[in-house]
Design a protein around this ligand. Sequence first.
Ligand code: ADP
Length: 294
Amino acid sequence: MILVAGSINIDFAVQVQALPAPGETVMGSAYLVSPGGKGANQAVACARAGAPVQFVGCAGSDAYGDQLREALQSDGIDTTSLRRVDGQTGAAFVTVGSDGENTIAVASGVNQALREADLPELNGVTHLILQLEIPLETVRAFAQAARRAGVHVTLNAAPAHPLDDELLGLVDLLIVNAGELEALCGAQAGAGLEYQLEVLSGRGPKAIVVTLGADGAAFWTNGRCHRSAAFAVQAVDTTGAGDTFVGVLVAALRHMDLTAAVQRASAAAALACTQRGAQISMPRLSAIERLLAS
Ligand code: ADP
């Protein structure tokens, strides 16, 4: 069983020609309302890739909370640890440009209510996935408990935030994008990628993956840096690509090594770029395997 702990949001997305600059208003036509939140997205990506998944998080007492719980259940995800909290469900306001790039502002709502006490029994859990849209102390407490129980810990250090070595030392697999890597690197910000990965791995994580958008991914394992190309697709919306990558990577690690798992995650993330939305754009196992075989 993979346990995913994190945020669950309702996403409001508007498609525009060019992303607005500060102070600018840009016009779009229709908007899309769909389930999101890094935690929930990664849980869905994992489940569609064929893994049994349990989600732990907090949903609000508004109608969105119930809608989001049902969305997870429709993907077969165990929601017994999704707590209903009085207050607003988290919400994300997404702007998508014509090149597929996006900007996102998130109202955390009750995602900030997730506490150490929410962690369910770890019996039967082999992998834990965490991100940083919930309180940092909760992330730390969950990682500590997982480490004590011998559970593999993946931390997707997103959104960008500097982290201390105590937390990094609890992480088996660290996954970041280029901006998040810079935020973690402190004094090494702006240095070459390989050097940054070497220094960061010295602070604790056993393996590190950096996603590089259309340039694919780089990963550090066993003291070496490796590269993996992206799959060429016509990207219309990259929302959820990073979350798809994380969820599918961990689902794949149950059966294969990091090199093969990164390739599978890249195929899934590329497919997620070909459709609008976050969870609604995430591929199923059959589509991932078709792209890998093509
Ligand atoms: P994030 O969305 O978290 O910033 P990235 O932009 O690095 O993450 O994208 C995550 C992964 O999604 C990449 O490593 C790559 O595999 C895939 N991806 C993103 N953009 C594209 C693209 N335009 N074409 C193909 N794959 C892409």
